[in-house]
Design a protein around this ligand. Structure first.
Ligand code: FMN
Length: 181
């Protein structure tokens, strides 16, 4: 049965290397019969979390800030699997992705003890170098703390300029990961 997949693309380059991984993953997942909803966070108005802890009162609109996160929340609720896609920026994920992810806290606020909805997840990343260790540490800890299940990672190093990823075997890896989700 097809599953609901939410892609949070934290790369600001729509024609970039992360986007290429997202496209290949999506191609595979759709071929496998899943529904993929993608948000390019750079194109959206998403403000940083205020840390007010006043959200969670209305499940349809859980955050006190009424910005483009309102588009994401319903798909986040429905998602069986969340794809975290980002370029490596200073050895971690981009601000765009972190900013949106922090705002998902408002959904946990709707639940007793701030319980997070249980999801599966995939990590897609691109970088000039190959220093993914810190991001992997963050992602793996995140999975543990949220009680989420990692379904796979595709990390493509050695790509700097948009399009450098063309012909890279990691694109096939992303496609295959999508196919077997
Ligand atoms: C602000 C910024 C920080 C970056 N930090 C790193 C880094 O810490 N390590 C690295 O290997 N590449 C780093 N890069 C290079 C990007 O990860 C690389 O260009 C990647 O391919 C960008 O993905 P995109 O095409 O999806 O934008 C950085 C680039 C920028 C613009």
């Amino acid at each position: 049965m097809g599953r609901n997949i939410l892609v949070l693309n934290g790369s600001p380059r729509m024609n970039g290397n992360t986007a290429a991984l997202v496209e290949q993953f999506t191609k595979g997942a759709e071929q496998a019969g899943h529904r993929v909803v993608r948000y390019d966070l750079q194109r959206m108005q998403i403000h940083p979390c205020l840390g007010c802890c006043q959200g969670g009162k209305d499940p349809q609109s859980p955050c006190v800030q009424k910005d483009d996160m309102l588009k994401i929340y319903p798909d986040y609720r429905e998602a069986d699997l969340v794809v975290l896609a980002s370029p490596l920026y200073y050895w971690t994920v981009s601000g765009q992705l972190k900013c949106a992810f922090d705002r998902l806290f408002a959904v946990a606020e709707c639940n007793a003890d701030y319980e997070n909805p249980k999801k599966e997840s995939v990590l897609l990343m691109a970088a000039e170098g190959s220093g993914f260790e810190e991001s992997l540490y963050w992602y793996d800890r995140l999975m543990d703390h949220l009680g989420w299940t990692d379904r796979g990672k595709v990390l493509c190093g050695g790509v700097f300029h948009a399009g450098d990823i063309r012909g890279n075997s990691k694109l096939e890896d992303a496609y295959q990961l999508g196919l077997r989700i």
